[in-house]
Design a protein around this ligand. Structure first.
Ligand code: ZN
Ligand code: ZN
Ligand code: ZN
Length: 156
């Protein structure tokens, strides 16, 4: 089965590590990344590599709650930060993993990618030009790097 796909997902998309990979080039536009990536349930019936599939899978830790249906903020959930299961579950008003955090419509591409135009990540949470850069809404706390570091290793 594709269970071990969830482990690889975290490595491949981790926000602050650069791994060059030619696999899984999705050519995804911004709307798809923000509203569908790892939100839409996968309908493939066969075993496949979850990390290179843009859909969500049962048991995959990268799976996101649909930002249009669930009203959570791109702010790290205290329970997720401690790697504990959140008692509020889907009703929690905060992000439970790196993907819910960075792909959230209010957080996506609000910071510059350190690789700029040389970035070859198939899915990158950051902006590659001034045109791509989006303003961070007033009232949102700035990026919490400790959260992404924790999540990279353990939660996804
Ligand atoms: Zn899939
Ligand atoms: Zn929570
Ligand atoms: Zn990038």
């Amino acid at each position: 089965m594709a269970r071990n796909g969830s482990q690889r997902t975290g490595e491949k998309y981790s926000g602050h590590q650069h791994k060059s990979s030619t696999k899984g080039n999705f050519h995804l536009n911004e709307d798809f990344l923000v509203f569908s990536f790892k939100v839409t349930p996968c309908n493939k019936k066969y075993s496949h590599d979850w990390a290179s599939c843009p859909c969500s899978h049962v048991g995959e830790r990268a799976t996101r709650r649909d930002p249009k249906r669930y009203h959570y903020l791109p702010v790290a959930c205290e329970h997720a930060k401690q790697r504990q299961e959140c008692p509020a579950g889907d009703k929690c008003p905060h992000a439970h993993n790196l993907f819910e955090y960075w792909l959230h419509p209010m957080r996506f591409r609000t910071e510059m990618c350190m690789f700029r135009s040389k970035c070859d990540r198939p899915v990158c949470f950051f902006a590659h030009s001034r045109q791509e850069l989006r303003p961070l809404e007033a009232g949102l706390p700035p990026t919490e790097l400790p959260m992404s570091a924790t999540i990279n290793v353990q939660t996804i």
